[in-house]
Design a protein around this ligand. Structure first.
Ligand code: CP
Length: 299
């Protein structure tokens, strides 16, 4: 059985395999998963991850059972543990897509599940399927992954998407990473240790002016309001890095702006019309990559 819990578990062979399946599935529907059931078990809000997984399963001919807001509408309310819920649901479905507010929840679920667990985001931990779709977006839009320079911007302390993407980029050649954040929201030591181990150069900076004309990928993230202790703490950082048309004009000709979304105020609407703005395409690639993952796991 294959659980998808963190980016470190993917090797290049697996990544290439998923990308190759995804290439063959673009804009397609098929019946390869007819008779299979996917359970989406979401304890935290989601638009893209839940809908794209559900869309992916339906496009492959499979079926979906779902609970969003599982912390209110599942038996968690009555005190049932995550482990017991997963033990039970793994009798009802062939794969479980789990989003949870606690780091490591997917690994806990994987220990007791009879079917594959897919981590759809666990607290400030990881979001490995987002990292795969991010990497797929880079490959599709820039035509390469090796050799890129990327700025990851914003709330790097709480952002699980940048954590998973940094781990994944650690497997490629000649990557340069700029971590752009306020000091208090810097990326975790575990990521830096991993990049050091894999010889991936990175810099931590607060001022992004000098790197804007250098990067191939500007990966913007929102300041994660829900992870702060108070509104006052959040407001100290809200709006600290905003992408506007003037900043986009200073980027390299062939460069892209990505964002895992949702966006709050960190990319101005005027940027959406730029050909560099690929964040909505990125969300669309999410369906193809999740179709590929489900097909890989269930056939
Ligand atoms: N990118 C992402 O995980 O979005 P959702 O929270 O809407 O699923």
């Amino acid at each position: 059985m294959n659980h998808i819990v963190k980016s470190q578990q993917f090797d290049k062979r697996f990544i290439n395999k998923i990308f190759s399946i995804a290439d063959g599935l673009e804009k397609k529907t098929e019946n390869s998963l007819r008779g299979k059931i996917m359970a989406s078990l979401f304890y935290e809000p989601s638009t893209r991850t839940r809908f794209s997984f559900e869309s992916a399963m339906l496009r492959l001919g499979g079926s979906v059972i779902t609970t969003d807001n599982a912390d209110k509408f599942s038996s968690a309310v009555k005190g049932e543990t995550l482990e017991d819920s997963v033990r039970v649901i793994s009798n009802y479905a062939d794969v479980i897509v789990l989003r949870h507010y606690e780091n490591g929840a997917s690994e806990r679920a994987a220990r007791v599940s009879r079917v594959p667990i897919i981590n759809a985001g666990d607290g400030t931990g990881q979001h490995p399927t987002q990292a795969l779709l991010d990497l797929y977006t880079i490959k599709k839009e820039l035509g390469r992954i090796d050799g890129i320079s990327i700025a990851m911007v914003g709330d790097l302390k709480h952002g699980r998407t940048i954590r998973s993407l940094a781990y994944l980029l650690g497997k490629f050649q000649n990557i340069t990473i700029f971590f752009v954040s306020p000091k208090a929201l810097r990326v975790g030591e575990d990521i830096k240790a991993y990049l050091n181990k894999h010889g991936i150069p990175y810099q931590e900076i607060e001022d992004w002016e000098s790197i804007i004309p250098k990067v191939d990928v500007l990966y913007q993230t929102r300041i994660q309001k829900e992870r702060f202790k108070s509104e006052k703490d959040y407001k100290k950082f809200k709006g600290c890095y905003r992408i506007d048309a003037e900043l986009v004009a200073r980027m390299k000709a062939k460069s892209i702006i990505m964002h895992p979304l949702p966006r709050v105020d960190e990319i101005l609407l005027e940027v959406d019309k730029s050909p560099k703005a690929v964040y909505f395409k990125q969300a669309k690639y999410g369906v193809t990559i999740r179709m590929a993952l489900l097909k890989y796991l269930l056939t």
